[in-house]
Design a protein around this ligand. Structure first.
Ligand code: TNX
Length: 546
C-alpha cells in the first residue's frame, strides 16, 4: 500500500489531521460543544428510550409527556390505497412481533383510533417532507406516521424502533417488558440525498445472506445506498453472460487463498429486491482499468501482454491494467456495463477508476471515458473514484473523494463543472482503518480512525472551494482485505457507520460530539439485543453490561 500515501503526502496528511484536531479543539467552524477528554471517566449514559437519543439526530423532536404503549390489542394500519405503505406496515409488524409476542395485525385502512399505529402517505404535494422526510406524532392512545413518499414511512419506522425499549430488538419473546414509546412530535428529513455504505465483496466474498444482513444494519441509520465493490484483483463476483470464465476462473479465490464465490444474476436480483424493500439502492461497481487481475486471469486477451496469470490473493494494489489498445477491452466493457446497468434500478453504475498506477494517463482517459459512455448509453450515471475527475468523463457523473493524499484540484474543478461529489475521506469514513494501534483487524494507511475521527468533520465544508450544490452526500466504505466474517463487518462498522450516517442525514446545527457519543451509547443495548458485537470505543459512555 506504500504508493497510496507517499511519504510527503503522508506527512501532509498528518499535518492536516493535526490542524483538523486543533480546529476541533477550539470549535472553529462548527461552533458547538466539542468534548474534552473525560477526566473522571465517561459521563453516565441515558438508558431510557428517549427523543434525545434518536440517531441520526432528527430535524426536531419535542416530547409532550405521556406515552403510547404497544399491547396485545395494538394494530397497524396503512393508507388504504397504498401497497408500499402496507408493505412498510408489514415490515414494522415483522420487526416487533418476535420480542413482543403480540399478533400486531396489519390492515389496509384509513381508520384511526385507540391502540393504532397509523401509517399515512400524503403523496407528492408535501414539499417539506419531500422524498424521505416524515412526521411522527405519538400520543397516549395512537401513533401517526406521516410521509409524502414510502421511503419516509420507512425512515420513520427506524426512528420508532429507537423509541422502544432495547429488548424490542430481540428475536424471541421477552417477558415483563412494558413496550412504551414516549409521546411527542418528530419532524425529520435528510441533509443529503445520498448516504451510502460501501462493501467490498471482492477481497473477501460475502454471500447473499451476509449482504442482506448488512443491508438491514445500514437501514437502521437511514442509509439509502449500498455501493458494492464487485470486482478487484482478488475476485470477480458477478456472473456476466457470454463471459463465463469471469466467474469460473475469476471468482474461485479471495485474499488469503480462500474459496471466494460469486453472485449469479438471479442472486444479484434478489439482493437488489431485498435492498429496495428497505429503501436502499444498490450501486454496482466494476473497477477498471486497474484492480483487474481476476478479469485478466479469466481472459488473458484483456491484457496487453496476453500472458496467463493467476487470480491474486495478496493485498497490494496498483499493478494490473486492462489494455487500452485492444478492441476486446471495449467489447468486454460494453457487455459487462450493459448487463450490470440492466440489473440496476438505481441511477448509478460504478466504473471504479482508482489506483491505476499500471495504466498510462492517456490509456486511463481512453478506458474510463469509454466506460462512462457505456454507462450513459445504458441510461445510467457513471459513478467513479476521485481519479476519474482527471479523465474528463463529462456530466452527469459522480466522483467520490477518498484519498486526502491525492491532489484535489481535478476533483474540485470537476465538481464546479457539474460533476456531483461524494465525500468518503479515508481518514474519517473508511471503516477498514484500525480504530487504534490495538485493533487486530484493518489497515491503517490513512491513520487510525476512532469514533470521534469518524464523526468530527463536516461534509458541507470539507473541500474548500467546492460549490455546495455539487455535494451529493457521504459514504462510509468497508474494504475487506482483513475482514472475512459478518462478525468482522459488525466490529469495524459499529460504531463508525452510524457516525457517517449522521453526517449525511442530520442538520449541521445538531453536530455536537458530546451529544453524539451519548446517542451512540444509547444504541449499545439495542445492538447487543440484535447480536451485533460492536467495538466498545473508550470514547463512548456505553451503559454497563451493554
Ligand atoms: C484504497 S479506496 C482502495 C481500495 C483498498 C482500500 C484499503 C480506493 C478507491 N481504493 O482498493 O481496499 O484503500 O483501505
Amino acid at each position: 500500500m506504500s504508493h497510496r500515501l507517499h511519504r510527503k503526502s503522508r506527512r501532509s496528511l498528518i499535518v492536516i489531521a493535526l490542524a483538523v484536531c486543533v480546529l476541533c479543539a477550539v470549535g472553529v467552524g462548527i461552533g458547538v460543544g466539542i468534548s474534552r477528554p473525560h477526566k473522571d471517566g465517561p459521563p453516565s449514559a441515558v438508558q431510557r428510550a428517549d427523543f434525545a437519543n434518536i440517531l441520526p439526530a432528527p430535524v426536531s423532536a419535542t416530547p409532550t409527556g405521556g406515552q403510547f404503549t404497544i399491547t396485545s390489542a395494538t394494530s397497524i394500519h396503512a393508507s388504504s390505497d397504498s401497497a408500499p405503505a402496507l408493505a412498510v406496515a408489514d415490515y414494522l409488524a415483522t420487526l416487533l412481533r418476535p420480542a413482543t409476542g403480540y399478533a400486531l395485525p396489519v390492515a389496509s385502512a384509513d381508520t384511526d383510533g385507540a391502540g393504532v399505529i397509523r401509517l399515512v402517505l400524503t403523496g407528492e404535494g408535501d414539499k417539506k417532507l419531500d422524498a424521505e422526510g416524515y412526521r411522527l406524532d405519538i400520543s397516549d392512545d395512537q401513533i401517526t406516521v406521516t410521509a409524502a413518499q414510502p421511503a419516509g414511512l420507512f425512515d420513520a419506522v427506524q426512528t420508532l424502533r429507537q423509541l422502544l425499549p432495547p429488548q424490542s430488538a430481540k428475536g424471541s419473546a421477552q417477558r415483563g417488558v412494558v413496550w412504551s414509546v414516549p409521546a411527542g412530535h418528530v419532524l425529520d428529513y435528510p441533509r443529503f440525498g445520498y448516504r451510502a455504505a460501501g462493501l467490498d465483496v471482492a477481497r473477501h466474498f460475502f454471500g447473499v445472506a451476509d449482504v442482506e444482513r448488512y443491508i438491514d444494519e445500514i437501514a437502521l441509520f437511514k442509509i439509502n445506498y449500498l455501493h458494492l465493490h464487485l470486482t478487484d484483483d482478488q475476485g470477480w463476483r458477478l456472473a456476466i453472460d457470454g463471459w463465463p470464465k469471469l466467474t469460473d476462473v475469476g471468482a474461485r479465490t479471495e485474499v488469503g487463498g480462500g474459496a471466494g464465490g460469486f453472485y449469479t444474476q438471479d442472486d444479484y436480483r434478489k439482493l437488489v429486491a431485498y435492498a429496495q424493500a428497505r429503501y436502499v439502492t444498490i450501486i454496482p461497481e466494476i473497477d477498471v482499468p486497474g484492480h483487474v487481475t481476476a478479469a485478466l486471469a479469466s481472459y488473458p486477451a484483456l491484457s496487453c501482454d496476453g500472458k496467463t496469470r493467476s487470480v491474486f490473493t495478496g493485498i497490494d494494489t496498483g499493478f494490473s491494467s486492462l489494455c487500452a489498445a485492444k478492441p476486446t477491452t471495449y467489447a468486454f466493457l460494453d457487455d459487462v456495463l450493459r448487463q450490470i446497468a440492466a440489473l440496476t434500478p438505481g441511477p448509478y453504475v460504478g466504473i471504479g477508476g482508482d489506483e491505476a498506477q499500471a495504466t498510462s494517463a492517456a490509456d486511463y482517459a481512453k478506458i474510463v471515458d469509454e466506460a462512462a459512455a457505456d454507462v450513459r448509453a445504458a441510461g445510467k450515471t457513471p459513478w467513479g473514484w476521485q481519479e476519474t475527475a482527471t479523465a474528463s468523463v463529462g456530466t452527469p457523473s459522480v466522483a467520490t473523494y477518498w484519498n486526502p493524499g491525492l491532489p484535489g484540484a481535478a476533483i474540485k474543478q470537476a465538481a464546479n463543472s457539474g460533476t456531483q461529489l461524494v465525500l468518503d475521506p479515508a481518514n474519517h469514513s473508511y471503516l477498514d482503518q484500525k480504530y487504534d494501534a490495538e485493533t487486530a483487524l484493518g489497515l491503517h494507511w490513512a491513520g487510525y480512525v476512532e469514533v470521534q475521527n469518524a464523526y468530527d468533520w463536516d461534509p458541507g465544508t470539507y473541500l474548500p472551494g467546492v460549490n455546495q450544490d455539487a455535494i451529493l452526500g457521504v459514504e462510509a466504505d468497508l474494504w475487506t482485505e482483513t475482514v472475512a466474517t459478518t462478525g468482522d463487518i459488525d466490529y469495524m462498522a459499529f460504531p463508525r457507520l452510524p457516525a457517517v450516517a449522521e453526517l449525511g442525514w442530520s442538520p449541521e446545527s445538531t453536530h455536537n460530539w458530546s451529544a453524539f457519543r451519548d446517542r451512540l451509547a444509547a444504541q449499545g443495548p439495542r445492538w447487543s439485543a440484535m447480536g451485533i458485537k460492536y467495538y466498545h470505543s473508550p470514547q463512548v459512555p456505553w451503559p454497563a453490561g451493554s
